[in-house]
Ligand binder design. Structure first.
Ligand code: ZN
Ligand code: ZN
Length: 388
């Protein structure tokens, strides 16, 4: 799934509204010793970042970061991290689940979590908060506490960029499930079905294979509509001739996968073949550039150079890729302006595309693991233009 061509970390598009139903909560699981150790290591890294800011506490309010630092997967949770303690605040719906999922001290709040946290900050001096994620209302509740507040900016997200072995395994499994779901869904493809039909078929196959949910709204776009990078599947019938773009991802074990593949209905016209070959060459050039130590901007430049040389420079309207993990869009961004240096253990997508109004678009996307010597392409699905 492509992200914007900006320097912003793009998390806004995937931010989750604080859910209230709680009916979709996954099955609770007790944290094993290895998991507890992983959370302890993450908290140690966060405390080091707090020490650098001379902060004696942090309030973590976003669901992905609460999960990353504690294991808690409920829709309503917040962490207070101090030098000596980690406390999870949640509501009575999650009493049982919190006890099973996290080794943190659990406080069951009756009202807004931020108010409960503010009431416990009397002995703190300087507390860090998630300025890129928290709502104005939640911040106002926290500010009832008389402490100095300092911004975490992207601190938590930067800590999440390099994936542990266990996280890499979770992403591998998610990627394999995603590819298997596509293979299976395509065996049920029939010319004349709608974009929505095919998207539903894909998501059904994901779920049947054990995915918690799609990692984002599956994109199925046919014909001229494939020129919309973030098309919503609609009632348009997939019939006649034209490009078919499928961008899909699953959440498995909390971790995302992300892949875009192209098919063509009927004989492939020369102009379409040229477009496909150009994007394919750009994707390979970017993959070739991926290696620990190189900047993400240089990976983006490798793809952009090919597409510009082939006359599609202006048609490449997004960045070349993004990190993924507990969220579909994570740091680092693989864009024009991004100076992050890749490190072994980062998991990113490589997904250049070119979109021509009135004609169609092509995007090819793999999920890859950055290594010391290059990258490992995790996505097993063939990148040949599939002719249906
Ligand atoms: Zn994608
Ligand atoms: Zn993507």
């Amino acid at each position: 799934m492509p992200s914007k061509q900006t320097t912003h970390n793009g998390l806004a598009s995937t931010r989750q509204a604080p859910g209230r139903s709680g009916l979709c909560a996954p099955e609770p699981h007790p944290p094993g010793p290895a998991a507890s150790l992983a959370y302890a290591g993450r908290i140690t890294a966060l405390r080091a970042a707090l020490a650098a800011r001379e902060a004696d506490g942090a309030v973590i309010t976003s669901a992905p970061n609460v999960r990353y630092f504690s294991g808690f997967t409920g829709s309503n949770g917040a962490l207070l991290v101090s030098a000596g303690q980690v406390t999870l605040f949640t509501d009575p719906r999650y009493t049982l689940q919190a006890g099973r999922e996290t080794a943190a001290k659990v406080v069951i709040a009756k009202g807004p979590l931020e108010s409960a946290i503010a009431a416990q900050l009397a002995s703190f001096h300087k507390v860090a908060f998630e300025n890129t994620r928290i709502s104005f209302r939640s911040m106002a509740a926290l500010q009832k506490a008389r402490v100095d507040w300092c911004a975490l900016d992207d601190t938590c997200e930067a800590l999440r960029m390099v994936k542990s072995d266990a996280e890499q395994e979770a992403i591998r499994a998610s990627v394999l499930l995603n590819s298997a779901a596509l293979d299976e869904a395509l065996t049920h493809f029939r010319a004349g079905m709608t974009e929505t039909d095919l998207a539903a078929e894909i998501e059904y196959r994901m779920r049947r294979r054990g995915a918690e949910k799609p990692a984002f709204e599956t994109i199925v776009a046919f014909g001229e509509r494939s020129a919309l990078p973030h098309a919503h599947p609609g009632p348009a019938r997939i019939s006649g001739r034209g490009l078919l773009l499928i961008d899909m991802g699953a959440f498995l074990g909390g971790y995302a996968s992300d892949m875009t593949r192209m098919a063509h209905l009927g004989k492939v016209p020369t102009a379409t073949r040229q477009l496909y070959d150009a994007v394919s060459e750009a994707q390979l050039a970017a993959l070739d550039r991926v290696k620990a130590g190189v900047t993400t901007a240089s990976v983006d430049a490798a793809a952009r150079k090919v597409l510009t040389a082939r006359g599609y420079g202006k048609a490449f309207v997004h960045s070349t890729g993004h990190g993924l993990g507990l969220e579909i869009h994570e740091m680092p961004r693989i864009g024009k302006q991004d100076k992050t240096r890749l490190e072994a253990g980062m998991v990113i997508t490589i997904e250049p595309g070119a979109y021509l109004e009135g004609f169609g678009g092509v995007r090819i996307e793999d999920t890859v693991l950055v290594t010391a010597s290059g990258c490992e392409i995790l996505t097993p699905t063939s990148k040949k233009l599939l002719v249906l």
